[in-house]
Design a protein around this ligand. Structure first.
Ligand code: ADP
Length: 460
């Protein structure tokens, strides 16, 4: 049969992108329906190319049962970033070949990150996974711990390093194209930060837990209009200019806004309410105007105003002229935004009732989303996110932890995971030669965060 002889490069399928399940995030897997396996002539474990606006590679795995009849490929946030495609968009998937690399160079993908340590760990983490130069990838690594207890700091005589998930840019590979690391690959880890060409996707929907419905709502309100402005023009409706997120501190409002920006391919600008209030006479308004101007220039963009209640308190209740002027300025800026300027303002507050009513009128912040304290299922998801990069002990049971953390918000869960990791680091400290700043691979291998680490962190 002639078709069977078709060259590999002729075989391609078009599939709609959907998000990977939370627990599969970071594994580099693409879940494909059986029909795609047949069309591409591949089997599970084979490498495929994913072509969005950019090409990346993944390992093909069978779709979940419920997806079998759908023309869907499941990709995690990093893969969507690497292929430059959003959920709901279509990509071309092709059979591919991965070649052993003679050399792969990695660099930290964010400026704050300081990396050290043996490249054996990297080699092990990425062993046989398909890589393409320019990809943003995730691995476990040592990162300086913020707010580290003084005791640990003294012991290390340097910043303490805890194990967390870190993101790296694949700077270059030899040969080019899709490669994998094997025994003979030389792996280099650069110290300096290097931004992935696909940019800012340091936070995406996979990094926000317990918010499926909220993400869905925000996607419709914000991502859709930013991504497909023509859709709204065609329908003759104006997309929303402003969305108000309200909920207690630490529930992930900021993180969610960043994720929406990244997933919509929009630039992200932040205004911190209390900070801007502190500026001198006339300065605060000027700063506000500047951010809006910058954002308009760089559209599609999202302006995120954190703690908007401090900028825009009810005018009747404030004595200060400065506050009144700032509210007025914000109203002017919102009203001046062209409906189709491809800019959305997302504001966050934990006191919606304290916000000036004028801001909540149509054409301003006329959409509101409540972000609540997560329930058990939400906490389970958030726990999975914050322990993603950690070597966990066998007895760590995230379901159990989700049960016993009633009332915790995302920020509390992040802190819990961090504390537990510090405990694990403390335990290996006696085995370390503190004059050497790097941790030997054998010691690193014994490092794991145990159930007891979590339980004792919980008691603090
Ligand atoms: P908010 O803006 O609501 O005060 P943030 O987005 O600043 O909260 O959250 C602070 C930190 O807490 C985040 O950086 C993240 O580590 C963690 N966090 C909070 N909510 C979530 C969530 N829903 N999923 C994952 N992490 C979360």
């Amino acid at each position: 049969m002639a078709e069977l002889d078709t060259a590999v490069e002729d075989k391609a399928v078009r599939l709609q992108v959907a998000a990977a399940r939370q627990e599969e995030s970071g594994r580099g897997v693409a879940r494909l329906p059986r029909s795609a396996f047949q069309a591409l002539g591949i089997t599970e474990g084979d490498v495929v190319e994913i072509h969005g606006k950019r090409m990346t590679a993944a390992i093909a795995m069978a779709a979940y049962d419920e997806d079998q009849s759908l023309d869907v490929v499941r990709l995690d946030g990093l893969q969507r970033n690497n292929a430059e495609c959003g959920s709901g968009e279509h990509v071309r998937v092709e059979a591919a070949e991965s070649r052993p690399a003679s050399r792969v160079v990695f660099a930290p993908a964010s400026r704050e990150m300081r990396l050290q340590g043996p490249t054996q760990a990297l080699k092990r983490n990425f062993f046989r996974k398909p890589l393409v130069a320019g990809d943003l990838v995730a691995t476990t690594g040592q990162q300086p711990v913020q707010n580290m207890p003084a005791e640990v700091q003294r012991m290390f005589n340097a910043p303490a390093y805890a194990l967390t998930q870190i993101r790296l840019t694949v700077v270059s590979t030899a040969p080019k194209g899709i490669v994998h690391i094997d025994e003979n690959t030389e792996v280099e880890l650069r110290a300096e930060f290097e931004e992935a060409p696909t940019g800012r996707a340091v936070v995406n929907y996979d990094d926000v837990g317990g918010m499926d419905d909220t993400i869905q709502q925000l996607r419709e309100m914000v991502e859709l209009p930013l991504r497909y402005p023509e859709l709204f023009t065609r329908l003759g409706v104006d997309p929303p200019k402003g969305v108000l997120l309200h909920g207690p501190p630490g529930t992930g409002k900021t993180r969610l806004a960043q994720a929406v920006a990244n997933e919509s391919d929009a630039q992200f600008f932040t205004i911190n309410g209390p900070e801007i209030m502190g500026s001198g006479y006339g300065e605060s308004e000027k700063r506000l105007r500047e951010v809006f101007e910058e954002a308009t220039k760089h559209a599609p963009a999202i302006v995120f105003i954190d703690e908007i209640d401090s900028i825009a308190p009810k005018r009747a209740q404030v004595a200060g002229e400065a506050e009144k002027r700032l509210v007025a300025q914000l109203l002017t800026l919102m009203d001046g935004l062209e409906a189709r300027s491809n800019l959305v303002v997302i504001a966050a507050t934990n006191r919606p009732d304290a916000v000036d009513e004028a801001l909540r009128r149509p054409g301003r912040f006329d959409r509101e989303i409540v972000i609540g304290v997560p329930d058990e299922k939400g906490r389970r998801e958030i726990l999975a996110i914050h322990t993603r990069g950690m070597p966990l002990g066998d007895r760590v049971d995230l379901d159990e932890l989700a049960r016993v953390t009633h009332g915790f918000v995302g920020a509390d869960i992040a802190a819990l995971a961090r504390e537990a990791a510090i405990d694990a680091v403390r335990r290996i400290m006696p085995k370390l030669n503190l004059d050497e700043r790097t941790i030997p691979a054998e010691v690193l291998d014994t490092l794991s965060v145990t159930r007891e680490d979590f339980l004792s962190a919980l008691k603090r």
